[in-house]
Design a protein around this ligand. Structure first.
Ligand SMILES: Nc1ncnc2c1ncn2[C@@H]1O[C@H](COP(=O)(O)OP(=O)(O)OP(=O)(O)O)[C@@H](O)[C@H]1O
Length: 370
């Protein structure tokens, strides 16, 4: 098939050209590194690890092991000792729905750039069919969109800045077509993606690449709830729940992806289910979020311990993770709060106000100004 061979050769030629260019850039960057270093290592990165960790710990609840791993990876990045020909890191977050996978990436983006949306998000679900895949790899001649040469990749957010890593999230990576998986493997190998339609090469060498997947979530549910004999056998091996969960997920990954793909990912982590014991802390995080939104009205919301318990109980549904709590907060807190605020005439032009929320015995929440 001459057409395919031609295209392959052409793509390889462009790839070589892009690599040569990137090497040249690397040499230039090397010369200019060092003035913003902290500690013993001179690094071009300027982000404050302590600040990033504080932000993550204040925002993401019940995922301490994962956060520790993320911080370890960020240390390598901050010290600038990674392989310059590869992405800064490739990290796959697995686990159930609504447990903080995306929120972790958003929190990092906020810690780096002050804006939780400062990352390039690629929804693999919309890329599952081949012609959509062309949007990532670049539309080959003949496909709609090939002339525009546009892709769904946001170069600025992928490449970041000289002092800050770019951030990319490939969401629901299990939905990616084989073609896209191959393109990603290439990115893990040499940090470059040349879109097939033409001239453009994206460099991921300054990127933190995150992927998320629900693969294994169903099987993890059994780890929590059932199949006792099976889990007893596993436990007999003396491994922690987390190790068991990691193994389940790895098996699911290997049954979906070629081992070469899984093997190229730097770090694979499994998020925990949101447990009942995590709920009160999660309620506090959600109230804090609401308070950030209320700040522009000079309002502060304080909840009593009873209200925290009330929202924790109402908002717990393991199947939906923290999303159920968000719905609960909306129904029991935000809707009545909005009515309360709209009913208060003098509220808008008054001094900063604290609103106390208490639980009534009819299962509703009541609001009081102080
Ligand atoms: N561990 C957590 N700590 C704090 N907030 C959380 C946590 N998990 C989820 N949330 C809240 O729930 C919402 C949904 O979480 P998130 O988008 O991170 O889910 P996800 O794990 O990526 O799920 P999915 O696989 O369905 O995309 C977030 O906006 C966040 O507010």
């Amino acid at each position: 098939m001459p057409f395919l061979t031609d295209r392959l050769q052409d793509t390889q030629r462009k790839q070589r050209h892009a690599e040569a260019l990137a090497d040249e850039n690397e040499r230039i960057v090397d010369h200019s590194r060092g003035e913003s270093g902290k500690g013993a290592v001179k690094s071009r990165f300027t982000f404050d690890l302590d600040f990033v960790e504080q932000e993550l710990r204040a925002t993401i609840v019940g995922q301490d092991e994962t956060l520790e791993q993320v911080m370890e990876i960020l240390k390598i990045v901050r010290a600038d000792i990674g392989d310059p020909r590869k992405p800064l890191a490739s990290i796959l977050f697995c686990g159930p729905t609504g447990v903080g996978k995306t929120e972790t990436v958003r929190t990092l983006a906020r810690a780096f750039y002050g804006d939780a949306d400062s990352f390039c998000r690629v929804d693999m679900n919309t890329l599952s069919q081949e012609h959509y895949a062309a949007a990532l790899t670049g539309a080959p001649p003949g496909y709609v969109g090939s002339k525009e040469g546009t892709t769904i990749l946001d170069q600025e957010k992928i490449e970041g800045t000289r002092n800050l890593p770019g951030i990319v999230l490939f969401d629901e990576v299990e939905k990616a077509s084989n073609e896209v998986v191959l393109a990603l493997m290439n990115v893990f190998d040499n940090g470059l993606l040349t879109v097939a339609s033409g001239e453009r090469t994206y460099s991921f060498r300054n990127s933190l690449i995150f992927m998320s997947s629900n693969l294994g979530a169903h099987e993890l549910m059994s780890l929590e709830d059932g199949a006792p004999a099976f889990w007893r056998r596993l436990k007999a091996g003396g491994r922690s729940r987390r190790e068991q969960a990691q193994e389940i997920v790895l098996n699911c990954l290997l049954s979906r992806f070629p081992p070469e793909f899984v093997n190229r990912i730097d770090h694979i982590d499994t998020f925990n289910w949101i447990g009942r014991d995590t709920m009160p802390a999660l309620v506090d995080v959600e109230v804090e979020r609401l308070n950030r939104r209320l700040k522009k009205h000079d309002l502060v919301l304080r909840i009593s311990d009873e209200v925290r318990d009330f929202l924790s109980a109402k908002g717990y549904d393991k199947r939906f993770g923290a999303r159920e709590l968000r719905r609960t907060m909306r129904k029991y807190l935000e809707f009545p709060l909005a009515s309360f605020l709209l009913d208060q005439d003098g509220l808008r032009d008054g001094a900063p106000l604290t609103i106390l929320v208490a639980e009534r015995n009819d299962g509703k929440l009541s609001f009081h100004k102080t």
